[in-house]
Design a protein around this ligand. Structure first.
Ligand code: ADP
Ligand code: MG
Length: 328
Protein backbone atom coordinates (compact mmCIF):
# COMPACT_ATOMS: atom_id res chain seq x y z
CA UNK A 1 0.00 0.00 0.00
CA UNK A 2 2.90 2.37 0.65
CA UNK A 3 4.05 2.22 -2.97
CA UNK A 4 0.51 2.50 -4.31
CA UNK A 5 -0.01 5.55 -2.12
CA UNK A 6 3.25 7.09 -3.27
CA UNK A 7 2.24 6.58 -6.88
CA UNK A 8 -1.17 8.08 -6.20
CA UNK A 9 0.63 10.92 -4.41
CA UNK A 10 2.41 11.70 -7.66
CA UNK A 11 -0.92 12.71 -9.14
CA UNK A 12 -2.39 14.63 -6.25
CA UNK A 13 0.65 16.00 -4.44
CA UNK A 14 3.04 17.63 -6.82
CA UNK A 15 4.20 20.38 -4.47
CA UNK A 16 3.43 21.99 -1.09
CA UNK A 17 0.65 24.11 -2.59
CA UNK A 18 -1.21 20.94 -3.57
CA UNK A 19 -0.99 19.62 -0.03
CA UNK A 20 -2.29 22.91 1.35
CA UNK A 21 -5.17 22.84 -1.12
CA UNK A 22 -6.26 19.36 -0.06
CA UNK A 23 -6.07 20.23 3.64
CA UNK A 24 -7.99 23.49 3.19
CA UNK A 25 -10.67 21.68 1.18
CA UNK A 26 -11.03 19.08 3.92
CA UNK A 27 -11.52 21.88 6.45
CA UNK A 28 -14.21 23.43 4.25
CA UNK A 29 -15.90 20.06 3.80
CA UNK A 30 -15.93 19.78 7.61
CA UNK A 31 -17.96 23.01 7.76
CA UNK A 32 -15.17 25.02 9.43
CA UNK A 33 -15.81 28.69 10.19
CA UNK A 34 -12.17 29.45 10.87
CA UNK A 35 -9.22 28.01 8.97
CA UNK A 36 -5.61 28.75 9.88
CA UNK A 37 -2.76 27.82 7.60
CA UNK A 38 0.76 27.83 9.00
CA UNK A 39 3.76 27.19 6.77
CA UNK A 40 7.54 27.09 6.93
CA UNK A 41 10.07 27.15 4.11
CA UNK A 42 7.51 27.50 1.37
CA UNK A 43 5.62 24.55 2.85
CA UNK A 44 8.42 22.06 2.24
CA UNK A 45 9.26 21.95 5.94
CA UNK A 46 5.78 22.48 7.40
CA UNK A 47 2.20 22.88 6.31
CA UNK A 48 -0.27 22.95 9.14
CA UNK A 49 -3.97 23.51 8.67
CA UNK A 50 -6.14 23.98 11.71
CA UNK A 51 -9.92 24.22 11.61
CA UNK A 52 -12.90 24.44 13.93
CA UNK A 53 -15.04 22.07 11.89
CA UNK A 54 -16.90 18.91 12.82
CA UNK A 55 -13.78 16.98 13.81
CA UNK A 56 -13.24 13.25 13.38
CA UNK A 57 -14.55 10.65 15.81
CA UNK A 58 -11.95 8.47 17.54
CA UNK A 59 -13.15 5.40 15.70
CA UNK A 60 -12.61 7.07 12.31
CA UNK A 61 -9.17 8.55 12.99
CA UNK A 62 -7.03 5.72 11.63
CA UNK A 63 -9.41 5.22 8.72
CA UNK A 64 -9.01 8.84 7.63
CA UNK A 65 -5.43 8.08 6.58
CA UNK A 66 -6.21 4.93 4.63
CA UNK A 67 -6.74 4.92 0.92
CA UNK A 68 -10.25 5.20 -0.50
CA UNK A 69 -11.59 5.99 2.93
CA UNK A 70 -13.97 8.85 2.48
CA UNK A 71 -16.83 9.77 4.74
CA UNK A 72 -18.32 11.93 2.01
CA UNK A 73 -20.09 9.55 -0.34
CA UNK A 74 -21.73 6.25 0.44
CA UNK A 75 -22.99 5.01 -2.89
CA UNK A 76 -22.10 5.49 -6.53
CA UNK A 77 -25.31 7.47 -6.90
CA UNK A 78 -23.92 10.08 -4.52
CA UNK A 79 -21.38 10.92 -7.20
CA UNK A 80 -24.17 12.62 -9.10
CA UNK A 81 -24.29 16.14 -7.80
CA UNK A 82 -21.55 15.62 -5.20
CA UNK A 83 -21.15 18.91 -3.37
CA UNK A 84 -18.17 18.23 -1.12
CA UNK A 85 -14.77 19.22 -2.45
CA UNK A 86 -13.17 15.86 -1.72
CA UNK A 87 -14.78 12.48 -2.20
CA UNK A 88 -12.07 10.10 -3.35
CA UNK A 89 -10.48 9.47 0.00
CA UNK A 90 -7.01 9.65 -1.46
CA UNK A 91 -5.51 12.91 -0.29
CA UNK A 92 -4.53 12.10 3.29
CA UNK A 93 -3.31 8.61 2.38
CA UNK A 94 -1.22 10.02 -0.45
CA UNK A 95 0.20 12.89 1.57
CA UNK A 96 1.02 10.67 4.54
CA UNK A 97 2.99 8.35 2.25
CA UNK A 98 5.41 11.13 1.28
CA UNK A 99 5.67 13.18 4.49
CA UNK A 100 5.60 13.07 8.27
CA UNK A 101 1.92 13.61 8.88
CA UNK A 102 0.02 14.01 12.10
CA UNK A 103 -3.72 14.37 12.37
CA UNK A 104 -5.21 15.68 15.60
CA UNK A 105 -8.93 15.97 15.94
CA UNK A 106 -11.83 16.29 18.30
CA UNK A 107 -15.44 15.69 17.31
CA UNK A 108 -16.81 16.64 20.74
CA UNK A 109 -17.48 19.94 22.45
CA UNK A 110 -15.26 18.93 25.39
CA UNK A 111 -11.89 20.69 24.77
CA UNK A 112 -10.09 18.06 26.85
CA UNK A 113 -11.11 15.37 24.40
CA UNK A 114 -9.28 14.63 21.15
CA UNK A 115 -7.00 12.13 19.47
CA UNK A 116 -3.91 12.09 17.35
CA UNK A 117 -2.75 9.72 14.70
CA UNK A 118 0.64 9.94 13.03
CA UNK A 119 2.14 8.41 9.92
CA UNK A 120 5.75 8.78 8.88
CA UNK A 121 5.80 8.02 5.21
CA UNK A 122 4.06 4.72 5.87
CA UNK A 123 0.53 5.83 5.31
CA UNK A 124 -0.80 2.81 7.16
CA UNK A 125 -0.84 1.07 10.56
CA UNK A 126 -1.61 4.30 12.27
CA UNK A 127 -1.47 4.64 16.06
CA UNK A 128 -4.25 6.58 17.72
CA UNK A 129 -3.38 8.26 21.02
CA UNK A 130 -5.30 10.76 23.17
CA UNK A 131 -4.37 14.38 22.48
CA UNK A 132 -6.52 17.30 23.64
CA UNK A 133 -7.67 19.64 20.87
CA UNK A 134 -10.55 22.10 20.68
CA UNK A 135 -13.43 20.89 18.56
CA UNK A 136 -12.07 20.62 15.02
CA UNK A 137 -9.01 19.27 13.32
CA UNK A 138 -5.32 20.06 12.85
CA UNK A 139 -3.29 18.37 10.17
CA UNK A 140 0.45 18.84 10.29
CA UNK A 141 2.54 17.85 7.30
CA UNK A 142 6.30 17.99 7.88
CA UNK A 143 9.21 17.35 5.56
CA UNK A 144 7.29 16.78 2.37
CA UNK A 145 8.99 14.22 0.08
CA UNK A 146 11.59 13.37 2.76
CA UNK A 147 11.41 9.73 1.62
CA UNK A 148 11.12 10.40 -2.12
CA UNK A 149 14.33 12.29 -2.94
CA UNK A 150 13.61 12.31 -6.67
CA UNK A 151 10.40 14.23 -6.03
CA UNK A 152 12.03 16.47 -3.47
CA UNK A 153 14.59 17.52 -6.05
CA UNK A 154 11.81 19.05 -8.13
CA UNK A 155 10.85 21.53 -5.45
CA UNK A 156 11.76 25.06 -6.46
CA UNK A 157 13.00 27.85 -4.25
CA UNK A 158 11.22 28.68 -1.01
CA UNK A 159 9.92 31.86 -2.60
CA UNK A 160 8.43 30.07 -5.61
CA UNK A 161 6.86 27.30 -3.55
CA UNK A 162 5.34 29.82 -1.18
CA UNK A 163 4.00 31.85 -4.11
CA UNK A 164 2.17 28.74 -5.32
CA UNK A 165 0.91 28.03 -1.83
CA UNK A 166 -0.32 31.58 -1.38
CA UNK A 167 -2.13 31.32 -4.70
CA UNK A 168 -3.87 28.15 -3.51
CA UNK A 169 -4.82 30.03 -0.33
CA UNK A 170 -6.18 32.98 -2.35
CA UNK A 171 -8.42 30.70 -4.37
CA UNK A 172 -9.86 29.13 -1.25
CA UNK A 173 -10.33 32.47 0.48
CA UNK A 174 -12.08 33.86 -2.61
CA UNK A 175 -14.42 30.90 -2.65
CA UNK A 176 -15.60 31.16 0.96
CA UNK A 177 -16.20 34.63 2.34
CA UNK A 178 -18.10 33.24 5.33
CA UNK A 179 -14.92 31.60 6.64
CA UNK A 180 -12.22 33.44 8.62
CA UNK A 181 -8.83 32.68 7.12
CA UNK A 182 -5.25 33.23 8.15
CA UNK A 183 -2.02 32.39 6.38
CA UNK A 184 1.33 32.46 8.12
CA UNK A 185 4.77 31.85 6.67
CA UNK A 186 7.93 31.44 8.75
CA UNK A 187 6.18 32.94 11.77
CA UNK A 188 4.83 36.00 9.96
CA UNK A 189 1.17 36.66 9.22
CA UNK A 190 0.76 37.04 5.46
CA UNK A 191 -3.05 37.23 5.35
CA UNK A 192 -5.64 37.67 8.03
CA UNK A 193 -9.14 37.73 6.56
CA UNK A 194 -12.19 38.28 8.75
CA UNK A 195 -15.40 36.57 7.65
CA UNK A 196 -18.13 38.60 5.96
CA UNK A 197 -20.51 37.97 3.10
CA UNK A 198 -21.75 41.48 2.37
CA UNK A 199 -20.60 43.11 -0.89
CA UNK A 200 -18.46 45.58 1.08
CA UNK A 201 -16.82 42.79 3.08
CA UNK A 202 -16.17 40.86 -0.11
CA UNK A 203 -14.55 43.87 -1.71
CA UNK A 204 -12.36 44.35 1.35
CA UNK A 205 -11.22 40.76 1.10
CA UNK A 206 -10.52 41.04 -2.61
CA UNK A 207 -8.58 44.25 -2.05
CA UNK A 208 -6.55 42.57 0.63
CA UNK A 209 -5.82 39.48 -1.50
CA UNK A 210 -5.45 41.02 -4.95
CA UNK A 211 -4.60 44.62 -4.22
CA UNK A 212 -6.61 47.84 -4.13
CA UNK A 213 -5.90 48.61 -7.78
CA UNK A 214 -7.89 45.64 -8.96
CA UNK A 215 -11.04 46.40 -7.03
CA UNK A 216 -10.84 50.14 -7.70
CA UNK A 217 -10.82 49.44 -11.42
CA UNK A 218 -13.41 46.69 -11.36
CA UNK A 219 -17.09 46.66 -12.14
CA UNK A 220 -19.57 44.50 -10.26
CA UNK A 221 -21.67 42.16 -12.34
CA UNK A 222 -24.73 40.18 -11.38
CA UNK A 223 -27.00 38.40 -13.80
CA UNK A 224 -29.32 35.45 -13.69
CA UNK A 225 -30.95 33.65 -16.57
CA UNK A 226 -32.91 30.54 -15.72
CA UNK A 227 -30.71 28.21 -13.70
CA UNK A 228 -27.52 30.14 -14.48
CA UNK A 229 -26.28 32.87 -12.19
CA UNK A 230 -23.15 34.94 -12.73
CA UNK A 231 -21.75 37.41 -10.22
CA UNK A 232 -18.44 39.01 -9.39
CA UNK A 233 -15.99 41.67 -10.47
CA UNK A 234 -14.55 42.28 -13.89
CA UNK A 235 -11.45 44.39 -14.15
CA UNK A 236 -11.38 47.53 -16.23
CA UNK A 237 -8.30 48.65 -18.07
CA UNK A 238 -5.48 50.02 -15.98
CA UNK A 239 -1.98 50.85 -16.94
CA UNK A 240 -0.61 48.25 -14.61
CA UNK A 241 0.68 45.09 -16.21
CA UNK A 242 1.36 43.49 -12.86
CA UNK A 243 -2.05 41.91 -12.62
CA UNK A 244 -1.82 39.82 -15.74
CA UNK A 245 -2.59 36.55 -14.02
CA UNK A 246 -5.46 37.69 -11.82
CA UNK A 247 -8.15 35.57 -13.36
CA UNK A 248 -10.42 33.74 -10.99
CA UNK A 249 -13.44 31.83 -12.12
CA UNK A 250 -15.47 29.72 -9.74
CA UNK A 251 -18.20 27.27 -10.66
CA UNK A 252 -20.38 26.40 -7.70
CA UNK A 253 -17.65 27.60 -5.39
CA UNK A 254 -14.86 25.63 -7.01
CA UNK A 255 -12.04 27.32 -8.85
CA UNK A 256 -12.06 26.31 -12.48
CA UNK A 257 -9.67 26.65 -15.40
CA UNK A 258 -11.74 25.63 -18.30
CA UNK A 259 -11.42 26.18 -22.04
CA UNK A 260 -15.07 26.89 -22.65
CA UNK A 261 -15.14 29.43 -19.84
CA UNK A 262 -11.85 31.01 -20.89
CA UNK A 263 -13.06 31.30 -24.46
CA UNK A 264 -16.33 33.00 -23.52
CA UNK A 265 -14.54 35.48 -21.26
CA UNK A 266 -11.81 36.23 -23.79
CA UNK A 267 -14.35 36.78 -26.55
CA UNK A 268 -16.35 39.20 -24.46
CA UNK A 269 -13.31 41.25 -23.52
CA UNK A 270 -11.89 41.17 -27.03
CA UNK A 271 -15.16 42.25 -28.53
CA UNK A 272 -15.44 45.33 -26.39
CA UNK A 273 -12.34 47.23 -25.50
CA UNK A 274 -9.62 45.03 -24.18
CA UNK A 275 -7.74 44.38 -27.34
CA UNK A 276 -4.39 42.93 -26.51
CA UNK A 277 -4.89 43.23 -22.78
CA UNK A 278 -5.05 40.50 -20.23
CA UNK A 279 -8.50 40.53 -18.67
CA UNK A 280 -8.59 40.43 -14.87
CA UNK A 281 -11.65 39.16 -13.02
CA UNK A 282 -13.11 37.35 -10.04
CA UNK A 283 -16.27 35.65 -11.25
CA UNK A 284 -18.72 33.22 -9.74
CA UNK A 285 -20.97 31.04 -11.84
CA UNK A 286 -23.64 29.15 -9.99
CA UNK A 287 -25.51 26.40 -11.76
CA UNK A 288 -27.66 23.47 -10.80
CA UNK A 289 -25.13 20.79 -9.71
CA UNK A 290 -27.01 18.33 -11.88
CA UNK A 291 -25.94 20.04 -15.10
CA UNK A 292 -22.23 20.23 -14.35
CA UNK A 293 -19.58 17.66 -13.58
CA UNK A 294 -16.84 19.41 -11.63
CA UNK A 295 -14.92 16.31 -10.70
CA UNK A 296 -13.44 15.36 -14.02
CA UNK A 297 -9.94 15.33 -12.57
CA UNK A 298 -8.83 15.93 -8.97
CA UNK A 299 -6.28 18.63 -9.80
CA UNK A 300 -6.94 19.97 -13.28
CA UNK A 301 -9.82 22.24 -12.35
CA UNK A 302 -11.85 21.30 -15.39
CA UNK A 303 -15.60 21.20 -15.60
CA UNK A 304 -17.94 19.49 -17.96
CA UNK A 305 -21.24 21.24 -18.59
CA UNK A 306 -24.08 19.19 -19.92
CA UNK A 307 -25.07 22.07 -22.13
CA UNK A 308 -21.82 23.88 -22.84
CA UNK A 309 -23.25 26.04 -25.58
CA UNK A 310 -25.86 27.63 -23.31
CA UNK A 311 -23.27 28.29 -20.61
CA UNK A 312 -20.86 29.78 -23.13
CA UNK A 313 -23.48 32.09 -24.59
CA UNK A 314 -24.70 33.13 -21.17
CA UNK A 315 -21.18 34.03 -20.04
CA UNK A 316 -20.37 35.83 -23.24
CA UNK A 317 -23.55 37.90 -23.34
CA UNK A 318 -23.43 38.78 -19.62
CA UNK A 319 -19.83 39.93 -19.76
CA UNK A 320 -20.22 41.63 -23.09
CA UNK A 321 -23.11 43.66 -21.77
CA UNK A 322 -21.28 44.61 -18.59
CA UNK A 323 -18.11 45.60 -20.40
CA UNK A 324 -19.93 47.48 -23.15
CA UNK A 325 -21.58 49.55 -20.41
CA UNK A 326 -18.18 50.74 -19.29
CA UNK A 327 -17.20 52.04 -22.69
CA UNK A 328 -16.64 55.79 -22.51
P1 ADP B 1 -11.75 12.95 0.95
O1 ADP B 1 -11.67 14.40 1.29
O2 ADP B 1 -11.69 12.71 -0.52
O3 ADP B 1 -12.89 12.23 1.62
P2 ADP B 1 -9.24 12.77 2.32
O4 ADP B 1 -8.11 11.80 2.22
O5 ADP B 1 -8.94 14.19 2.01
O6 ADP B 1 -10.42 12.22 1.47
O7 ADP B 1 -9.81 12.69 3.80
C1 ADP B 1 -10.23 11.42 4.28
C2 ADP B 1 -11.32 11.57 5.32
O8 ADP B 1 -10.77 12.14 6.52
C3 ADP B 1 -12.45 12.50 4.94
O9 ADP B 1 -13.45 11.84 4.18
C4 ADP B 1 -12.97 12.97 6.28
O10 ADP B 1 -13.87 12.01 6.82
C5 ADP B 1 -11.72 12.96 7.16
N1 ADP B 1 -11.13 14.30 7.29
C6 ADP B 1 -10.00 14.76 6.71
N2 ADP B 1 -9.73 16.03 7.05
C7 ADP B 1 -10.72 16.42 7.88
C8 ADP B 1 -11.03 17.64 8.59
N3 ADP B 1 -10.25 18.72 8.51
N4 ADP B 1 -12.15 17.64 9.37
C9 ADP B 1 -12.95 16.56 9.46
N5 ADP B 1 -12.71 15.38 8.83
C10 ADP B 1 -11.62 15.30 8.04
MG1 MG C 1 -10.09 15.65 0.89
Amino acid sequence: PRLANQIAAGEVVERPAAVAKELMENAIDAAARRIEVETEQGGARLIKVRDDGTGIAESDMALALSRHATSKIETLDDLEGVSSLGFRGEALASISSVSRLSLTSNALDDPRAGFRVTAEGRGMEAHVTPAPHPRGTSVEVRDLFFNTPARRKFLRTEKTEFAHLEEAFRRQALSRYDVAWTLRHNGKTVHRLPPGDSPAARERRIASLLGKTFIEHARYIERQVGALRLSGWVGLPTHSRAQADQQYFFVNGRVVRDRLVAHAVRQAYRDVLYNGRHPVFVLYLDVDPEVVDVNVHPTKHEVRFRDGRTVHDFLFSSLHRCLADTRP
